[in-house]
Write a protein that binds this ligand. Structure first.
Ligand code: GZL
Length: 327
């Protein structure tokens, strides 16, 4: 059962539970009273790439117009510190929590503690293990993209645009245990498994980071000098891979196809320069959506378990026109 089905099933069960719970006991979701100003917690996982920086800025830019007294923390890449940061914000008496959980399992305690403290939680940009914590039951909803579909769309574009006979693929995975890494791998790999001329010869985490992506690419290139497709779970690692390939005398965009996800400014420029083929958008601008969904919840609406963000696709056909708005 893939995440989408699981979420839908959980949602059906969740909505059932919430309905029952609200009717039968106080085990339902914590409410959010309607008021002019809210103390809002935003627990950022790290600030080591343009995506994270853009997301945090989006929350700060939204705060005033949405009546938020914003408390934003930065866990510097540590899931344990992110849990501690949430504890601290609970102790400070936040009214609502927006949480991008760095990894699916370690952040479960933060979700459970917020609920136990009567604080409604919205997961943004990443989710938690749906076998343990569910929307509509343990947190209000997940606001984010369909990561399986992102991986699938990258694979489909690759199949349509790869010019070689046999694809020798190196995959640079995102943060181990994170929902985007799990799902982007599933979406891409499941499509490629249906094509005998496509082989994923190596798949290793670069932790969504440019420099580690470069280092991992250097290592994998030694073992697989015949690589002709690189699939990176985010643009930062794709840019790092391009650096590694060029240092080794390869010509990204000519003798190796680079495909990725996010839509950062550097990725759009790499597409314009002919070094990257495609990047499927995964927008970091969650502030306005967080404001809208929180207001709906405060108005007493039942929020859909997955507030899905739609993603564009950037190629040589539209990269230049979208560069100005990129981050
Ligand atoms: C996606 C987000 C991912 C981005 C990466 O919603 O969780 O984390 O794709 C970022 O760039 O590090």
């Amino acid at each position: 059962m893939n995440r989408r089905t699981m979420l839908a099933t959980a949602a059906a069960i969740g909505i059932g539970f919430v309905t029952l719970a609200t009717a039968a006991s106080a085990d339902g979701l914590p409410p959010l009273e309607k008021k002019d100003r809210y103390k809002v917690g935003f627990s950022q996982m790290e600030s080591n790439n343009p995506w994270r920086i853009a997301e945090t800025k989006s929350f700060h830019d939204t705060a005033e117009k949405c009546g938020w007294d914003l408390i934003a923390t930065d866990a510097a890449g540590s899931a344990a510190k992110q849990v501690a940061d949430v504890d601290s914000m609970i102790a400070q008496g936040i009214d609502v929590l927006f949480l991008p959980p760095r990894e699916e399992k370690p952040l479960i305690p933060a979700v459970m503690k917020a609920k136990a403290a009567g604080i409604p939680t919205f997961l943004v940009d990443r989710s938690v293990d749906p076998n343990v914590a569910r929307p509509g039951e343990h947190f209000v909803a997940f606001l984010g993209s369909d990561f399986i579909d992102q991986g699938r769309r990258v694979a489909e574009w690759t199949l349509e645009n790869f010019k070689g006979e046999k694809g020798i693929i190196v995959e640079l995975e995102g943060t181990t245990g994170s929902s985007p890494a799990n799902d982007r791998r599933k979406g891409f790999d499941d499509v490629m498994a249906q094509h005998d001329n496509m082989t994923i010869v190596a798949s290793q985490s670069g932790d969504f980071a440019r420099d580690l992506g470069r280092q991992v690419m250097e290592t994998l290139l030694q073992a697989h000098p015949d690589v002709n497709i690189v699939y990176a779970h985010n643009d930062e690692m794709a840019i790092g891979a391009i650096q590694a390939l060029e240092l080794a005398g390869r010509k990204p965009g000519e003798d190796v196809l680079i495909v990725s996800i996010d839509g950062t400014r550097d990725a759009l420029q790499a597409i314009i320069d002919g070094k990257m083929g495609v990047t499927v958008e995964s927008s970091p601008f969650f502030g306005p959506l967080a404001c809208e969904v929180m207001q709906r919840y405060a108005n007493g609406e039942t929020i859909e378990p997955w507030v899905q963000v739609k993603d564009r696709i950037f190629t040589s056909a539209n990269a230049a026109e979208n560069l100005a708005g990129a981050y």
